[in-house]
Design a protein around this ligand. Structure first.
Ligand SMILES: Cc1cc2nc3c(=O)[nH]c(=O)nc-3n(C[C@H](O)[C@H](O)[C@H](O)COP(=O)(O)OP(=O)(O)OC[C@H]3O[C@@H](n4cnc5c(N)ncnc54)[C@H](O)[C@@H]3O)c2cc1C
Length: 494
């Protein structure tokens, strides 16, 4: 039985391994010139950068995957981060160090939040209960209908229902008093590509996964080692990838898809198809479904769009740690306006990763490689990015002031990707970086399904289908779609 996978993102690669290990003949087509999707790599001027993801949690999802496909060991090495990240507020000298160790963490906040430890323990205990009550019941499973999903929700212990009604921010307000603590620990909403004011409180589980359950990890040698490791295993399993191949059309007979068609008119036949391109975008752009028309797509909630910069410096940044958030002094106003393009990008909020701190080989001797991510409006709200140089300059000026090193004098390599380039590179709808948002009406049974509504042999995997965005979710997504496929076609090993 032949499966054609459209895309080579993490969801696709893990699906391909799972299918190959079950006896399927798998082939993959990818529009980009190399595998990985958003988990990609840029090499330039002697520097190596990870294009998007820089850290993640829930590493045990990779353990489950490795076991499932029968590998003896992980083809990459995870490294737990000691300081999860640092946070600086504009106009303040202090840099908050976010540790997993609650005693060290409490010390960071002793001046602004009395009884921090007790309050944090109480907050985390609530998040932990929700996580463990829902992880298997709701998150890691398929739904055959909306009814099935709603029925499942009824089995969630009733004590959690207020979390469905509150936002991350109001949950913070219930537990903490200081502006600093509330803002820092509601940053998890930004990791989901939204703001704490419009993200349901159920996602405070991310504070539990980062601080208690699994911490944060990156990968020895850079995040792209995940892709290189998986690619090697896929090569061994006989899975062939075709790059610079974009699916633009399809052929069908009745309720069965017979082939995908690429930009050169070549047809790609298979018995079944797994779409790793964004699950809503593919239904919109390729299948041209009415439910996914442009006006309907525009009305959906999409996650933040990325404005990313990759800087090679001819100096070392001695006092800047690996992972850093630089926030302003107008958190509520900024959060409310930024995605609507209602605030100027002259004093932006952004994240800085000094890649070469953890992987020195990513920069030449005496140099540093820097990744900067600034969440910005997507192209529904800001289609014109002709001000890209100005935005980049604003960020460079701001970082320079705040880390005390004039980057302008040290940049020897500079690459910028606006939502336009992100959208074009990976077919992300209007440049949205993390895919569909995680509002209550866009998760679980409400999210685009991982099986097609029309063609019985078409399935979906990745950020905009079940269960959601982020690297561990992509791995879970592959587990769920393969469960669906094998339920229908079986495991092909005799
Ligand atoms: C800037 C940025 C930072 C991020 N940081 C983190 C982080 O720190 N931690 C974390 O866990 N997550 C992070 N994420 C999210 C994470 O990258 C994604 O959730 C995850 O990589 C998505 O994987 P996916 O399987 O959905 O596939 P994708 O990565 O979306 O891959 C889909 C692939 O399909 C290809 N494709 C699309 N259309 C077609 C077509 N028509 N024909 C052929 N191929 C096609 C695309 O080119 C792409 O390669 C970040 C994302 C971004 C953008």
């Amino acid at each position: 039985m032949k499966a054609l996978i459209i895309g080579t993102g993490l969801g696709a690669m893990t699906t391909a391994m799972r299918l190959a290990s079950r006896g399927y003949h798998v082939e993959m087509v990818e529009k980009y010139h190399q595998p990985g999707g958003r988990l990609n790599q840029l090499k330039k001027d002697g520097f190596t950068f990870d294009l998007g993801p820089t850290f993640f949690s829930m590493t045990y999802e990779f353990d489950e995957f490795i076991k499932d496909v029968g590998l003896k060991q992980m083809p990459f090495t995870f490294r737990e981060l000691d300081v999860l990240y640092t946070v600086n507020f504009r106009g303040e000298d202090k840099r908050y160090m976010i540790y997993r160790d609650l005693d060290r963490l409490a010390k960071e906040f002793e001046e602004v939040e009395p009884n921090f430890r007790e309050k944090m323990e109480k907050f985390l205990a609530g998040a932990a209960r929700f996580f463990h009550d829902t992880e298997y019941l709701v998150l890691k499973r398929n739904y055959d209908s909306l009814f099935d999903y709603l029925l499942t929700l009824l089995r969630v212990p009733i004590r959690h229902s207020p979390k469905l009604l509150r936002s991350v921010w109001s949950e913070m307000e219930r537990h903490f008093e200081s502006r600093e603590v509330k803002e820092i620990f509601s940053l998890v909403a930004f990791f989901l590509g939204a703001t704490p004011f419009d993200t349901p409180a159920i996602y405070t589980i991310l504070s539990y996964t980062e601080l208690v359950h699994d911490g944060y990890h990156n990968v020895v040698g850079g995040m792209y080692k995940i892709v290189e490791g998986l690619k090697k295993e896929l090569d061994k399993a006989g899975v062939v990838m075709h790059f610079n191949t974009e699916i633009v059309d399809y052929r069908y007979e009745g309720k069965k898809l017979t082939a995908m068609v690429d930009q050169n008119g070549k047809t790609w036949e298979a018995d079944l198809f797994v779409v790793n391109a964004d699950a809503a975008w593919f239904r919109h752009k390729i299948f041209k479904r009415k439910k996914f028309s442009e006006p309907k797509m525009d009305k959906l909630k999409w996650t933040l769009a990325p404005f990313t910069m990759y800087l090679g410096l001819d100096t070392k940044l001695k006092d800047t740690p690996l992972h850093n958030y630089f926030l302003g002094d107008n958190f509520k106003e900024y959060s409310g306006k930024i995605f609507k393009n209602a605030i100027k990008l002259d004093q932006p909020y952004y994240y800085v990763n000094v890649v070469s701190k953890s992987d020195p080989e990513s920069a030449p001797e005496g140099c540093e490689s820097l990744f900067i991510l600034c969440p910005v409006p997507d192209m529904r709200n800001k289609p014109d990015w002709s001000d890209r140089d100005q935005v980049a300059q604003n960020i460079i000026n701001d970082v320079s002031d705040r880390i005390g090193v004039d980057l302008r004098k040290h940049i020897i390599s500079q690459t910028v990707m606006t939502p336009v380039e992100w959208g074009e590179a990976f077919n992300l709808y209007k440049g949205s970086g993390l895919g569909l948002g995680h509002d209550l009406d866009q998760i679980g049974g409400f999210r685009p399904k991982n099986y097609d509504e029309v063609y019985g042999n078409v399935f979906y995997v990745g950020a905009s289908t079940l269960p959601g965005t982020g690297l561990p979710m992509a791995v879970i997504s592959s587990k769920l779609v393969v469960e669906r496929i094998t339920k229908k076609y079986g495991s092909l090993h005799s």
